[in-house]
Design a protein around this ligand. Sequence first.
Ligand code: NDP
Ligand code: GDR
Length: 356
Amino acid sequence: MSKTALITGITGQDGAYLAELLLAKGYVVHGLKRRSSSFNTSRIDHLYVDPHEGDGRFHLHYGDLTDATNLIRVVQETQPDEIYNLGAQSHVMVSFETPEYTANADAIGTLRLLEAIRILKMEDKARFYQASTSELYGKVQAVPQNEDTPFYPRSPYGAAKLYAYWITVNYRESYGIHASNGILFNHESPRRGETFVTRKITRAVAAIHHGLQDRLYLGNLDAKRDWGHARDFVEGMWRIVQQDHADDYVLGTGETHSVREFAELAFARAGITLAWSGDGVDEVGRNAATGDTLVQIDPRYFRPAEVDLLLSDPSKAKADLGWEATTSFADLVEEMVDADLKLAAQTAALDDIGHG
Ligand code: NDP
Ligand code: GDR
């Protein structure tokens, strides 16, 4: 008998990789997608089988984490063995603009799903995975950060995810639900949303390379992140859910790099060496060969409170799950730049024939 999974956030970066992984393992996969006035399923369109053309194992349901009755109905109809709660307003900077909505979707949304399990008396059937985050560590208390490092969130997003983390622990301890947190450090891919810093950089590098853009505006170049590849991390999520006993795990690479280093490597992949000069908001990154300014600081991208340094200690995941990140920082940057160079080449070609 194949297992059934329900994924919230299936249209996002991780949802798409996780759906692929579970389908490859023989699961029936149900996903929650939001109604939108334009198509929002580009990351998962390749998985969809038109019901008129075949009996696929991949099904989408309209829904939203802010809508409890919808969640209860979808859980009841799909009877999942495993629920992966990946849905969230996931942008840290945007959470400062939309703190209440972020709390509603990311914190109370998690509670609504857990309550759905309880209301439907599925405590013994449905295992639950919560997409927790290294943003919980926030203001640096210690490095490297592991499952015992104290939390100190630095954004409405981090604070909402803190509630989601603890309510997941609480429902495990109170009601015996197999509920686990994956405390995941940053993970990226060519499918990464365009406004996260890695993808913003790789798209700009590609656009600059093809003459479609002159300059890239960034905020804090000195923030350091532990960046891995999303494909590795969804495998870790699945392994967490397969454990006999639910628990909380850090997943990360154990390496940290600055935004500046990411930009240097990304430009280098397109054959451009960056040379930095100036200080603070006046710092610029020039093309070392031509002197053209390619990177400039825009203070609009500075956050009201910043997370300066994230560095994981993923040793518990290695010991208990046999999980390790397999993609190096350099390979990640290369894959992302190469994918965006291809996309930019298509745009440039369309521009050339007057379709831009
Ligand atoms: P994305 O932003 O790419 O995807 C978020 C998903 O959540 C999208 O499918 C989005 O739908 C959906 N969503 C947003 N709001 C709601 C809502 N109110 N109801 C239902 N669905 C909603 O995020 P990632 O794939 O990168 O991350 C997945 C999860 O993991 C998130 O919870 C994120 O906070 C967390 N996380 C991510 C890390 C990372 O580095 N990527 C690290 C640690 C945690 P739509 O497509 O319609 O916008
Ligand atoms: P983060 O990712 O906040 O770590 O959250 P993001 O890529 O947005 O920022 C990383 C760091 O880069 C700095 N930065 C910029 N960030 C953006 N977005 N745009 C810029 O122009 C820019 N310039 C510098 C930021 O200040 C920050 O320090 C991601 C999300 O996926 C969360 O959902 C997830 O929980 C965490 O990773 C782990």
